[in-house]
Design a protein around this ligand. Structure first.
Ligand SMILES: *Cc1c(COP(=O)(O)O)cnc(C)c1O
Length: 378
């Protein structure tokens, strides 16, 4: 039996990739804010329906640059249920992560628990829209406004998710995206920063004008350069190359198809797994979800592990996304109390889901999963 992996990178027809890369070769311009990268930024703006988009080298540096651009220091309220990059970015930037529990329905930061975690040192909220399902953005916005906190969304999973018909990237002071090869939309390695200052929204349509926050992002991602010989403050190299942008530009043509295909796979799994009464993240009515992952929560950690191990012996790979909870990392000093995140993180699995995963394989995964789970329960 052939293996069924949890994910596979989307690979467009190679001739399309090579045509785009040829352009960079012919132009003899391989990196440093080149024309293909700018074309990708414009294409993403149009596809997502956002005012602004700055492509960077990966989704982790996107968070770190966002923290710098907003001058975030001190304590930052964040989620224990995300990929490690959410927490490590805070630690790397010298901020103190303060963990608040998640909502058992959305698996995202629970807004009703934020207020009690705020101290005089709190400056911001860094929340993840986990699996591409939105946080309660209105409630988070309300607490943030009340306490004068900045909001950054780690929207690494959110390419294509809309809320009330608009991009999820339009929320928070900044939203960040990962364009890593395993993500729904990718440029091999890559990330993007979406700034949402009101000025950006106003000047966005005027050619050549950027908001102060976007200006700061551009400065930070390019070593702190203001001009060829002018430096203003510390910066880093967060640029991305023309070759990565070329892959992103081609993949953008397939974004609709990729999302459609994931939706089809979700439908298959949903129908086949119904009888197990597993727990899923709840997607609100006003959200068009991108179906970026297929997470399922089992009744216990033991049940999840029985399923994971059972599938693995058959060459089927489910992943414990996201385990362990991030407040258990060995560099965390303030773990907080997060029973919901502990429970979900220990008993969740993401099932195989990637572009082109055939229906017969989904059927096989589901049949075996039902058999193992039913055995375990009896
Ligand atoms: C993938 C991911 C990141 C990191 O993105 P990279 O592009 O791999 O650096 C950050 N946060 C979350 C939630 C992710 O899943």
């Amino acid at each position: 039996m052939s293996k069924i992996l949890v994910t596979k990178p989307f690979q467009a027809p190679y001739h399309e990739i090579s045509t785009e890369i040829q352009r960079a070769w012919d132009a003899e311009w391989l990196t440093n804010n080149g024309p293909i990268l700018r074309q990708l930024e414009n294409g993403m703006k149009e596809y997502l329906g956002v005012h602004d988009c700055a492509v960077v080298s990966n989704g982790t540096i996107a968070i770190q640059v966002a923290l710098r651009a907003l001058d975030i220091q001190g304590e930052v309220i964040t989620t224990p249920f995300s990929y490690v990059a959410t927490t490590s970015s805070l630690a790397w930037e010298g901020c103190t992560p303060v963990f608040v529990d998640i909502d058992p329905k959305s698996f995202n930061l629970d807004p009703s628990k934020i207020e009690t975690a705020i101290t005089e040192k709190t400056t911001a909220i860094l929340a993840t829209h986990v699996f591409g399902v939105p946080c309660d953005v209105n409630a988070i916005d309300e607490v943030a406004k009340k306490h004068g906190l900045k909001v950054i969304y780690d929207a690494a999973h959110c390419f294509g998710t809309t809320i009330d018909g608009g991009s999820l990237m339009n929320y928070g002071d900044i939203s960040t995206l990962s364009m890593h090869a395993t993500k729904l939309f990718h440029s091999v390695e890559g990330g993007a920063i979406f700034v949402n200052d009101t000025v950006a929204n106003k000047v966005g349509s005027i050619a050549g004008q950027v908001s102060p926050l976007r200006f700061e992002v551009d400065r930070l991602r390019n070593f702190g350069h203001h001009g060829p010989e002018v430096f203003s403050g510390v910066g880093i190299n967060a640029k991305n190359s023309e070759l990565h942008a070329a892959v992103g530009l081609v993949n953008l043509r397939y974004a609709d198809k990729i999302i459609e295909d994931r939706k089809r796979q979700h439908q298959c799994y949903d129908d086949l797994l119904q009888s197990l009464l597993l727990q899923y993240p709840e997607v609100p009515e006003n959200v068009q979800w991108n179906h970026s992952y297929y997470p399922v929560v089992f009744r216990s950690e033991a049940e999840a592990l029985a399923v994971k191990d059972g599938l693995e012996t058959l060459g089927i790979y489910a992943r414990r996304y996201f385990h362990p909870a991030l407040n258990t990392l060995n560099y965390i000093h303030l773990p907080g109390v997060t029973p919901v995140a502990d429970q979900i993180s220990s008993s969740i699995l993401c099932l195989p889901l990637y572009y082109g995963l055939e229906e017969h394989k989904i059927t096989r995964v589901s049949t075996e999963l039902i058999r193992i789970c039913t055995d375990y329960r009896s």
